[in-house]
Design a protein around this ligand. Structure first.
Ligand SMILES: [Zn+2]
Length: 498
């Protein structure tokens, strides 16, 4: 009897173990069903900095509405010389973005086919930032239409998400990507130089890129195949259940690799004497957030040093780390913050134009907690949060002095912030202060449970403030909505915190 029991026990254990090993893949499998499929075949003309591509989208209508058109963002058009309303670069960023003077970037749509039939498309939006594709017949909810877009992009000499610099060529937000449809319309917010103006749905990608053989490639997703010819390489890349697809190319890249659980972490770099430490920072961040928030579900995480005017930028499975960050502790901080975005933006998405405080506030807050769990970085969350508070209060004083009034509401569209400074203080800094203030009320253990709940409940979806408030209330059984709203609408009394 005992023997039988123990055999059964071993079997159950083996089954549980099997499922535990495949648990993350399970999330990707289920999240990659009934979503749009992008297949992009692209050819990079490195000399002329152009890329021509055929993008085939099996657009899955999960909007709950009948659709008679599909809209796509054309983010590269924010880099046009005559971009007005939705520019990528503000005058104050210009010298950092364009060290060699202004350089044009754009996207030209050459043709659009709907179900293999040529269609009259429309470049719409207020600044040539939207592609509208009319459909021949109504697309019912939960059905698919095949849209083929042929396009060419001109890549600017610009240290930006999309652009090339001295060391790298960045392909972020480079292809037509479907706008999210909600509340009866497509969400078509244009570019902003102030923050990350992106909002998209989980989709599957298959990307085949041909590029000069001397370049090394880092990208979202897994490398399925690499063909090396005399002058060119062709990489076939696949990504399941991601909300965007980015690539970075360089002839200077060296790569360091390590594995943590099911995830391979690659650090792509150049001119970096501390490369091993930076790979270790990425591993530490991945491990800390895996344990603290919930498992990272993908097989790859690429940390990429690159020409970029800001500290860093997050894409699914891939983060940019600016080669302009030369203070060691700050470089590590950028790695940790951008990796935190794999949880807050990557897996749990949100409309970054409306609620940047969700992903930026949570990325900052997770980064602060990272330091308590990794004392060898010689920082504590108390130090990080203390300096956030004093710099926020200074910001308020200066703004009051200069502008005679101060709007501290956080739930504002990205285009409704007057300056980059105002945006940063009210989404990142006030965001992290809000989460810390709630943690003071409910205790850090409960706070971690809220993060875990929010992650598990909203994985592979787009979350709104109500979803976050729900996680707070479900975990704590406290009515926290009005307290959180007082932070968001700017009515919380900050003087008490001085
Ligand atoms: Zn961020």
């Amino acid at each position: 009897m005992i023997k039988k029991y123990s055999t059964l026990f071993v079997c159950i254990f083996a089954v549980v173990f099997l499922f535990a090993g495949c648990g993350d893949v399970g999330i990707l499998d289920s999240a990659s069903k009934n979503v749009s499929e992008y297949q992009i075949v692209a050819n990079l003309d490195y000399e002329n900095k152009t890329l021509t591509a055929t993008e085939n989208v099996k657009y899955y209508n999960n909007s709950g509405n009948d659709l008679n058109e599909v809209k796509f963002h054309l983010y590269p058009n924010a880099f046009r010389e005559d971009a007005e309303k939705y520019k990528a670069v503000s005058p104050t960023q210009s010298s950092r973005a364009y060290p060699n003077g202004f350089s044009e970037g754009n996207i030209t749509i050459q043709s659009v086919n709907v179900t293999q039939k040529n269609t009259d498309f429309v470049i719409s939006g207020e600044d040539k930032n939207i592609l509208s594709v009319p459909l021949d017949s109504i697309l019912k909810n939960n059905s698919v239409v095949e849209i083929e877009i042929k396009f060419q992009i001109l890549i600017p000499n610009c240290n930006h998400r999309f652009g090339y610099g001295e060391n790298t060529l960045n392909l972020g937000n480079w292809y037509p990507i479907a706008c999210v449809f909600e509340n009866g319309q497509f969400v078509t917010d244009g570019y902003s130089p102030n923050g990350d103006p992106f909002y998209s749905e989980i989709s599957n990608y298959l990307v085949k890129l041909t590029y000069p053989a001397e370049l090394k490639l880092a990208s979202t997703g897994n490398l399925l195949d690499l063909q090396n010819n005399e002058n060119s390489s062709t990489a076939t890349l696949s990504a399941k259940a991601v909300r965007d697809f980015a690539l970075v190319l360089s002839d200077k890249f060296e790569v360091k690799t390590a594995t943590l659980g099911e995830t391979t972490v690659n650090y792509y770099y150049y001119d970096d004497e501390n490369a091993s430490q930076h790979l270790q920072t990425a591993i530490d961040a991945l491990q800390t957030f895996n344990e603290m928030i919930g498992a990272y579900p993908y097989e790859v995480l690429n940390v990429v040093k690159t020409n970029f005017l800001q500290g860093g930028m997050e894409y699914p499975n891939l983060v940019y780390i600016s080669d302009d960050v030369d203070v060691e502790s700050e470089y590590n901080n950028v790695i940790i913050h951008e990796i935190a975005h794999q949880w807050w933006y990557g897996v749990v998405g949100n409309n970054e134009c409306e609620y940047a405080w969700i992903d930026e506030g949570l990325a900052e807050y997770s980064t602060a907690l990272f330091y308590d769990r990794n004392p060898n970085y010689n920082k504590t969350s108390a130090e990080v949060l203390g300096s956030a508070l004093s710099s926020y209060l200074l910001f308020c004083d200066v703004y009051n002095e200069v502008y005679d009034s101060l709007d501290t509401s956080m739930n504002r569209n990205i285009h409704d912030f007057n300056t980059e400074t105002e945006y940063v203080y009210l989404t990142y800094v006030k965001g992290v202060l809000m989460f810390d203030s709630i943690s003071e009320i409910i205790g850090e253990n409960k706070m971690i449970k809220v993060l875990q709940n929010f992650y598990a409940e909203n994985a592979m979806k787009n979350a709104a403030p109500a979803d976050l408030i729900k996680s707070f209330e479900d975990v704590t059984h406290k009515k926290l909505a009005s307290y959180i709203m007082s932070w968001l609408d700017g009515s919380v009394v900050f003087e008490e915190l001085r």
